[in-house]
Design a binder for this molecule. Sequence first.
Ligand code: ATR
Length: 281
Amino acid sequence: MTAARAFVMGHPIAHSRSPMLHGYWLRRYGIDGSYERLDIPPAELGAFFDRFREAGWIGGNVTVPHKVAVMERVDRIDDAARAIGAVNTLWWEDGRLVGGNTDAIGFIGNIDERVPGWSEGGGRAVVAGAGGATRAIVYGLLGRGLEVALCNRTVSKAQALADHFGRGVTAHGSAAIPGLLVDADLLVNATSLGMVGQPRLEIDLSPLKPSAVVYDIVYVPLETDLLKAARARGLRTVDGLGMLLHQAVEGFRHWFGRTPEITPELRRILVDDIRAKTPGA
Ligand code: ATR
């Protein structure tokens, strides 16, 4: 039997940390398989899918800029990918190629691990940002029964997302954040602000209740200024690295038939890699 081959495809793809984490799990479980890094420019996407079956791929991850374009190349789109409007994971089911999205599971799985019981009784979330990542976050939060206030520099983008999701989601400009924080149980940074090389995210956390949780999806640096400020106030915090780890679990399970564990050793491998490539992270 030939080894099971999975991949991550994108353009560029050199920066992806997915091969590191799936490679760790393949070694840990002694699975005869591979997880390859594929640089596929947009012009070659069609040719890649034309040969998908004969190439023997068992599936893979899809990243920028292909997450929307691959939706037309699969046989079925799962509910999450349809609601989020993007595919990040491909796998076979009964001979059909499925395009799914595990980013919402990753987002929720991470906070479930870090703050057990956080969503009991629903609550209110304030989400800063209205880009690609926000769609998966909103889908995940609505699935847990939270009400979501989307706050974005460009209000029209927040409004478009609120219209897309409908009930339970409202749209606001960034200036509304302080007022919304008063009743919030969760604050999420889903913007690129706070990432190495980007401006800081300037949010005054003082209106938040002491029971509130602050979640930053940025993971380079591992502890952003927002999380530092939250920790200094005694608030519970969740970092973005866990989201990357948790979104990978479902893909690995589909391809290799085993639910992999997020071990402290795996987290350490990724942290070391981030620190090695980003001084000060
Ligand atoms: P992703 O796919 O990671 O969500 P994106 O789609 O580029 O990335 O979205 C980036 C988000 O960060 C957007 O919400 C963006 O706000 P705009 O919609 O107004 O562009 C937000 N963002 C980026 N730079 C920003 C800045 N300097 N100030 C405020 N918001 C910013």
